[in-house]
Write a protein that binds this ligand. Structure first.
Ligand SMILES: CC(C)(COP(=O)(O)OP(=O)(O)OC[C@H]1O[C@@H](n2cnc3c(N)ncnc32)[C@H](O)[C@@H]1OP(=O)(O)O)[C@@H](O)C(=O)NCCC(=O)NCCS
Length: 208
């Protein structure tokens, strides 16, 4: 299991973040079953969502560059315990500087700023992988996400009844809003930890 990283977005609440790994498949399957119908509808834009084996395979097969997923874990829990949030991006095949993002925060933890933790971790990975912008679709009634997108200077356009949002993936290119500062703070902590992990992995390789 990848190392988890301790982060704090606003000096008040600490979280652990770690990349999703193949061993998380069963846990993700269980965690999705605990989401309310409202959250599932908001995330997948349809009622009665049942993920197939193929959907779950896709969701949990990440490569750390083109398909990246981060989990947020309550720091009072163990890294292998149920996450409180999952965020991922998938790089566009035809426009590789863009990636589609999806965020899911468990019902009990919504409205507490966890989306910024996810976007900070995803942003740190995006910068390292050369992804410049994130896009995604959201329901018009998704007020919290609309509010967040607006505070990140996202371009919002209407297509087929849903809102399409596009914003910089690079946390340091976002406007100077409170939300962007939290995202940058998490991205800095994650970026520093990832660089440290890479440095220690290469010194182990050099020694062996
Ligand atoms: C949408 C979602 C990702 C937001 O994550 P979150 O951690 O709950 O959001 P935050 O607590 O960071 O709040 C985001 C913004 O919404 C505002 N907000 C929170 N609840 C709100 C509400 N009921 N009405 C209006 N705004 C609200 C916050 O003030 C914040 O704005 P700010 O960043 O400018 O201060 C989360 O609620 C979720 O997973 N929903 C279900 C799945 C989904 O909709 N996914 C998105 C489509 S892929």
């Amino acid at each position: 299991m990848p190392n988890s990283i301790a982060v704090t977005a606003d000096n008040r609440t600490d979280y652990l973040v770690r990349p999703l790994c193949p061993e998380d498949r069963e846990m993700i399957e269980q965690a999705l079953k605990l989401l309310s119908p409202r959250t599932l509808y908001s995330r997948f834009h349809s009622h009665g969502v049942k993920l197939s084996k193929k959907d779950l395979d896709y969701l949990t097969t990440t490569d750390g560059r083109d398909h990246v997923s981060w989990l947020v874990i309550d720091p009072s829990k163990r890294p292998e315990d149920f996450p409180i949030a999952l965020g991922r991006y998938v790089r566009d095949k035809t426009q590789p500087s863009r990636a589609e993002v999806a965020l899911t925060v468990c019902d009990r933890h919504q409205g507490q700023g966890v989306s910024k933790v996810l976007l900070g971790a995803l942003g740190a990975s995006a910068v390292a992988a050369g992804v410049e912008s994130f896009h995604g679709s959201l329901l018009t009634e998704n007020r919290s996400l609309r509010r967040l997108m607006q505070s990140l200077g996202a371009e919002l356009t209407m297509r087929d009844g849903t809102l399409q949002a596009e914003a910089s993936a690079d946390p340091w290119q976002l406007p100077d809003s409170a939300a962007a500062r939290k995202i940058r703070r998490v991205a800095t902590q994650v970026g520093t930890a990832l660089n440290g992990q890479r440095d220690s992995a290469s010194s182990v390789r050099m020694r062996s």
